[in-house]
Design a binder for this molecule. Structure first.
Ligand code: G16
Length: 546
């Protein structure tokens, strides 16, 4: 095996964001771009004894540029001395499945090629992230080291070899590297069979229960066809848009009420199925809609936590739960009732890793449509649907009935997120800096009849490794328990995306049936006015409301 050492120079802007490096495809397609980043990852994580004897998992969500990038990664893994690469057939592995495969095969780690819910195709986005041996996204100290390496890189190691056949399962050699092409679904399906009672779920479908799962022409198609239709006996057609396409069929694979509008409309229609669900580009997010009712991700997390015992994996109860800071406090109330701890972390799944590894939490989730458990170290869209199905099978009630009972028991956290996308970066930063500067004077002030009791820049001290993460979002809390949070997204690729998270607690069951936008209208206006959003951004209204 002749290793080629290619001289290179640093390329600016390779700082990993909320979840790895995400850029336009055109950027990733530049000469040396993928190579510089992958070599920087290898250099940052290389053990003292090198990669000899170690396995690397590689897979992606099938988006445009996936196949080219995977061939590059495999050549570089061989040149850098890995013993094995485990790659999903066709270059496909959903993000949770990649996490599962890393853990199942005791791999050193994995490279996941995805820009998640971001649009795909030649003009869309691409991304790469490194997951460690626990199956989870690299923590900040590793992503910081990777970034530092991208600024100092002088060469990368590769081979001058033709592309490998990655479509046929089996093992082939590339120099001293064994390349194992595996069924992307097999390990993941085996794990789901251990977590859930597949017989009970088969009985649910046999009783006429109807699910509609929109795979959005993204990576969950093969998983959903295999699990819902073939294993659990849901009729053909249960899974729609189930073939992964490089451009996601021209759609935006973000399972929210804007991009999964057709599913939403079907679920609000006269003959709606019992459960509607969707997942995103790389299969880690989930959207849950019951017949006639959308369940917000924050509520879904709370309802899953309250009912997790319905699935065998969680029958013994939960060790604890966690949510990202902007996620509503609905799950906090469930934790309080269950008498278990509830942790508040910054946005980003990587922050749950230590808590899961230490056994402090069993379930966690985020407002950004992510829910997961200690079964892998990523959020998991198909798993979330299986847990909802388990609850519906056990309780024999509709989603609407379960939600109404939940709110009657715990109260309802009305919640919405308003996104202002592709805002000029300087304007967005100016808005945040101006607000940050005013925060210390806010506590004690009253605005529009609401007294501010908390105003800060969220900071997280990890209880396991004591690392501190600063500047994780600006919070303004009011005496009545309502809250506004401002953050700049760490996953966008055009300008800045301003996220405004708005939450208000409603204890009175007589007021639980309102439309969230109506229930929150005064607070939404307040959020706009406090930050001066139109003046800074030139926008009168958000681009996406979830
Ligand atoms: C990623 C992260 C999530 C985060 C989300 C939104 O999700 O894994 O933890 O909540 O981005 O982040 P931001 O608000 O910074 O855009 P995904 O599904 O894109 O990998």
């Amino acid at each position: 095996m002749i290793v080629t050492r290619v001289p290179t120079t640093p390329i600016a802007g390779m700082k990993p964001g909320t979840s790895g490096l995400r850029k336009k495809v055109a950027e990733f397609a530049r000469p040396h771009y993928v190579e510089n980043f992958v070599q920087s990852v290898f250099d940052a994580v290389r053990p003292p004894a090198g990669f000899a004897g170690l396995a690397l998992v590689v897979g992606g969500d099938g988006r445009f540029h996936n196949r080219e990038a995977i061939q590059t990664v495999i050549r570089m893994a061989a040149a850098n001395g890995f013993a094995r690469v485990i790659v999903g057939a066709g270059g496909i592995l959903s993000t949770p499945a990649a996490s599962c495969v890393i853990r199942a095969h005791q791999a050193f780690g994995g490279l996941i090629l995805s820009a998640s819910h971001n649009p795909g195709g030649p003009d869309g986005d691409f991304g790469i992230k490194f997951n460690a041996a626990n199956g989870g996204p690299a923590p900040e100290r590793i992503t910081d080291a990777i970034y530092a390496r991208t600024l100092a890189i002088t060469e990368y190691l590769t081979l001058d070899t033709p592309d490998l056949d990655l479509d046929t399962p089996g093992t082939r050699s590339l120099g001293t590297l064994a390349v194992e092409v595996v069924d992307p679904v097999a390990d993941y399906l085996a794990l789901m069979q251990r977590l859930f009672d597949f017989d009970a779920l088969r009985a649910l479908f046999a009783s006429g229960f109807r699910l509609r799962f929109d795979a959005m022409h993204a990576v969950t198609g093969p998983y959903a066809h295999a699990i819902f239709e073939r294993e659990l006996g849901a009729p053909a057609g249960t899974v729609i848009s189930g073939t992964p396409l490089p451009d996601f069929g021209g759609h935006h694979p973000d399972p929210n009420l804007v991009h999964a509008k057709a599913l939403y409309d079907e679920m609000m229609g006269a003959d709606a199925p019992d459960l509607g669900a969707a997942s995103d580009g790389d299969g880690d997010r989930n959207l849950i809609i019951g017949r006639g009712i959308f369940v917000s991700p924050s509520d879904s997390l709370a309802m899953l936590a309250a009912n997790a015992r319905c699935a065998p994996a969680y029958a013994q109860g939960l060790a604890g739960v966690a949510r990202s800071m902007p996620t509503s406090a609905a799950v906090d109330r469930v934790a309080q009732t269950l008498g278990i701890p509830c942790y508040e972390t910054p946005t980003g799944w990587k922050f749950f890793g230590n808590l899961l590894d230490a056994g402090r939490i069993t379930l966690c989730g985020e407002e950004s449509a992510g829910t997961g458990s200690d079964h892998v170290r990523e959020k998991d869209g198909v798993w979330a649907v299986l847990l909802w199905l388990s609850i519906l099978a056990a309780r024999r009630q509709s989603v609407r009935e379960i939600a109404a009972e939940h709110w009657a028991t715990y109260g309802r956290h009305y919640y919405t997120r308003h996104d202002y996308e592709a805002v000029e970066t300087e304007a967005a930063q100016g808005l945040m800096e101006h607000l940050l500067e005013r925060l210390p004077r806010m506590p004690g002030e009253s605005i529009a009849g609401r007294r501010i009791v908390l105003a800060d820049d969220f900071e997280y001290s990890d209880p396991v490794d004591a690392s501190v993460s600063r500047h994780q979002g600006l919070r303004i809390g009011f005496a009545d328990g309502s809250r506004i949070v401002y953050r700049l997204s760490g996953t966008g690729t055009s300008g800045a995306t301003l996220r405004v998270y708005i939450e208000q607690f409603e204890p009175d069951p007589a007021r639980h049936g309102l439309d969230p936008q109506a229930a929150l209208a005064p607070l939404i206006t307040l959020a706009r006015d406090i930050a001066g959003i139109p003046a800074w951004t030139g926008r009168e209204a958000p681009d996406v409301i979830t």
